[in-house]
Design a protein around this ligand. Structure first.
Ligand code: HXC
Length: 354
């Protein structure tokens, strides 16, 4: 019991207070918000790093810099890892790499989604190449399990250096606005290498990835809201590629007619309209979850339900650049279609493209 209490403190109360002062939750608090109450089972809470060089012998924390385990989201099995920034900046040691791989393997074996909560300064500098080997193993699993179980990343702090490659390979990336940052190297190294001054936010903040690079699928204000949206996304997804998405019987009858649809799309092709109004009219309860809303807005990709069954919507947006197909829009749609194909989610395509 004493060891468990110690492990639950991660890098210690002072570091936890610093984390809270920045408006961030701790690794365990985040899991508590994500999972159904009381369902989380932690694995390997007593693992510690093996390295002893460069001061690491005096800097050991039970559980090392990641919390792993499994639990339920809306009653369904989910595997999770949550990086603990209070332990050496959430950096990935050999042992952290092993813990993350263990929970990824369990997710694949059990056919359940894996959710990664990211808050990390990257490879643990003191461990050097063994840390990089850990990333090799993680990234290998990202590729092997792609299209097998859904992989979701939530960026809730820095995802710097090695910490950014793996989430960038996953199916869906959520960023917490103003808190999540993704870059391969930070502003100091950019300055040293190229002389350019750039802020953390401009380099890898949510706006950059949500609107320019297209790497972030969702950007959401506040950690708790963000984790609630992860829970929501999971309701549209099956557990694995041999499964179907869950049915949500809806009070919205599948055979209802909607006279407004007759006039919503203008007969004059020079006139524009908002395709999202059309989507709202044809899906259950007018409710859909748009993916990559800030990127390539001439293309809409979204999840919704029809007669209680999850569908992927792919639609041009005449209200933005007349809904033309350019490279960004095509890539956005292709990636979405590929995910739906792998996970048995039917597609509904609304075409209006000049
Ligand atoms: C070891 C690290 C660490 C790391 C942070 N810490 N990153 N320890 N390895 N990668 C430690 C800090 O020394 C500090 O400990 C504590 O975590 C908190 O960090 P701060 O710097 O005080 O926090 P903050 O000001 O919020 O800055 C966060 C940060 C910054 C932007 C992430 O720490 C940073 O730039 N870290 C290095 C990022 C980086 O270059 N990573 C690349 C590694 S190479 P103390 O005890 O001092 O408080 C890599 C290559 C992978 O990843 C290739 C894969 C194929």
């Amino acid at each position: 019991r004493r060891l468990r209490e110690q492990s639950a403190l991660g890098g210690g109360q002072e570091r936890i207070d610093q984390q809270h002062a920045r408006g961030k939750l701790t690794a365990r608090e985040r899991i508590a918000v994500l999972m159904d109450e009381g369902s989380f089972q932690e694995l390997d809470p007593f693992a510690t790093h093996r390295a002893t060089d460069l001061g690491l012998a005096q800097n050991q924390y039970l559980g090392d810099a990641v919390v792993i385990g499994y639990g339920r989201v809306n009653g369904r099995l989910i595997f999770v890892f949550s990086q603990d920034f209070t332990v050496l900046g959430g950096s990935v040691s050999e042992v952290v790499g092993e813990k993350i791989c263990k929970v990824m393997d369990l997710a694949a074996k059990n056919g359940a989604p894996i959710v990664g909560l990211n808050d990390s300064g990257g490879a643990r500098i003191q461990e050097g190449v063994t840390s990089l080997a850990g990333y090799g193993e993680i990234i290998l699993r990202n590729t092997l399990f792609s299209g097998v179980v859904p992989q979701i990343s939530v960026i809730m702090g820095p995802a710097a250096g090695g910490a950014v490659y793996s989430p960038a390979l996953t199916d869906f990336i959520f960023m917490v606005k103003g808190i999540g940052q993704m870059y391969i190297t930070g502003p100091d190294v950019i300055k040293a290498a190229t002389g350019e001054d750039i802020s953390h936010e401009d380099l890898g903040g949510w706006l950059t990835h949500f609107t320019k690079s297209g790497v972030a699928h969702f950007a959401i204000e506040g950690e708790e809201n963000c984790l609630q949206q992860v829970r929501r996304l999971l309701t549209f997804l099956p557990q694995n590629n041999g499964d179907d998405a869950p049915l949500f019987p809806s009070p919205d009858p599948a055979d209802r007619t909607d006279p407004e649809l007759r006039t919503m799309v203008p007969e004059d092709s020079a006139r524009s309209y908002d395709m999202k109004d059309v989507i709202r009219r044809i899906v259950d309860m007018g409710d859909f979850m748009e993916v990559q809303e800030g990127y390539a807005q001439n293309m809409i990709v979204a999840y919704a339900r029809m007669d209680g069954r999850a569908v992927g919507i792919v639609a041009q947006q005449p209200a933005h650049m007349a809904g033309v197909l350019d490279i960004e829009a095509s890539t956005k749609a292709a990636r979405f279609v590929r995910f739906c194909d792998a996970f048995n989610i039917p597609l509904v395509t609304l075409v209006d493209v000049p």
